[in-house]
Design a protein around this ligand. Structure first.
Ligand SMILES: C[S@@+](CC[C@H](N)C(=O)[O-])C[C@H]1O[C@@H](n2cnc3c(N)ncnc32)[C@H](O)[C@@H]1O
Length: 352
């Protein structure tokens, strides 16, 4: 009985988050249409006729999320985890940031940064206002707003999508079952504000965690989040995923969430090669990123409208890129693929 009630509470919780993000989108669209009518022509992010399909995928994601908690991949409490304090504090700022975003869209400015923002030490492909974000990934404000913006974009299920890496991660780490958990090392590449590391910590409390990202601002936010949770603090490093600052064969597992669609094609390959280099033989590399045309052709209009509505300069190529071929080229084998809601997952093994 209590399980049924908890499941109902879980579904209600996520439906409410989805209604909230829907209300937010409608409100911001109405304000935008009032002040920026010229931006009206953009196609809606979710065309009307696709709503039933997307709703079915959403429900399926919640089912899988619930099931994985039920079978012990992670604690049920994780399903209700939400940074309420941050959300309440930063939601007004998300709203206040909208006019600046619309102004950039209107003027077609995609590489606009405050005068105080240091940009020279970053690769040029990175110095962008991805999704029209103010200051790209290069300010504390951007880091504070990021998680809330992603939640609003994905209807409140961003973490449910991230959690889909946990079942294959735990399963593939079975290869090292003779090792004590404390000796297992996992790297999250492009860890951002630390959301994925937090989920891995809840699922595998004893392992040693590492996170790497180019943005010092996002790492600062990650440190804030991760230092609040019990267990050893993950080691956070600022660095470029194209040159991972680790010796060969160091990690039992490497993960990367929502990175590859923001990389130019050649950089995608370099990063995969680097992930291969630092993974131990027998170890696993797991990618979670946007769905692609090959696995979700029926949602092509959603992918196209993402290109139209957001500044994602590498996404058009990404959705047709052959990631399996790239993983094989790097040396990975036994590649498995999954799709959940708007994301796809590639689970690849480094041969022994
Ligand atoms: C869309 S965010 C995803 C963040 C996080 N993984 C998540 O699940 O929310 C992309 C992240 O990739 C980082 N990034 C982009 N290019 C990078 C690179 N070459 N090396 C390291 N980090 C990079 C950005 O700073 C940003 O934090």
């Amino acid at each position: 009985m209590s399980d049924i009630l908890t499941k109902l509470a879980y579904q209600t919780f996520h439906q409410s988050k989805s209604y909230f993000s829907f209300a937010h989108k409608s409100l911001s669209e109405q304000i935008r249409n009032l002040f920026y009518p010229s931006l009206l022509q953009k196609p809606p992010l979710l065309p009307q006729e696709l709503i039933p399909k997307v709703q079915a995928r959403f429900n399926q994601l919640l089912e899988t999320d619930w099931r994985d908690a039920e079978i012990g991949i992670y604690p049920t409490s994780l399903l209700f985890d939400n940074p309420w304090e941050d959300f309440l504090r930063y939601y007004p700022m998300v709203l206040l940031d909208l006019p600046m975003i619309w102004e950039r869209v209107k003027q077609n400015k995609n590489q606009e940064f405050g005068a105080d923002i240091e940009r020279d030490s970053y690769p040029s492909y990175y110095v962008q206002n991805f999704h029209h974000q103010t200051n790209g990934y290069l300010s504390d404000l951007s880091a504070n707003l990021y998680d809330l913006q992603v939640e609003l974009l994905f209807g409140g299920v961003a973490d449910a999508m991230r959690r889909r890496i946990l079942a294959p991660l735990k399963q593939k780490l079975g290869f090292f079952s003779d090792l004590p958990q404390k000796q297992i090392k996992i790297l999250d590449v492009a860890c951002g504000t630390g959301g994925t590391l937090k989920l891995i910590r809840a699922s595998l409390p004893q392992v040693s965690l590492y996170g790497l990202d180019l943005s010092p601002h996002y790492l600062r936010k990650a440190n804030e989040l991760l230092s609040q949770i019990p267990g050893e603090l993950p080691q956070l490093l600022q660095g470029n995923a194209e040159e991972l600052p680790f010796v060969n064969d160091y990690f039992h597992a490497v993960t990367s969430v929502f990175l590859f669609h923001e990389l130019p094609a050649s950089v995608r390959q370099t990063v995969i090669d680097e992930c291969f280099r630092v993974t131990k033989p027998g170890g696993v590399f797991i990618i979670c990123d946007s769905m692609q045309l090959i696995d979700s052709p029926e949602l092509e209009p959603v992918m196209n409208s993402f290109i139209e509505n957001f500044h994602e300069p590498y996404y058009r190529h990404y959705i047709t890129d052959n990631l399996v071929e790239r993983l094989e080229k790097a040396g990975f084998d036994n590649i498995e693929e999954q799709v959940h809601f708007f994301s796809k997952y590639l689970i690849a093994r480094k041969p022994v």
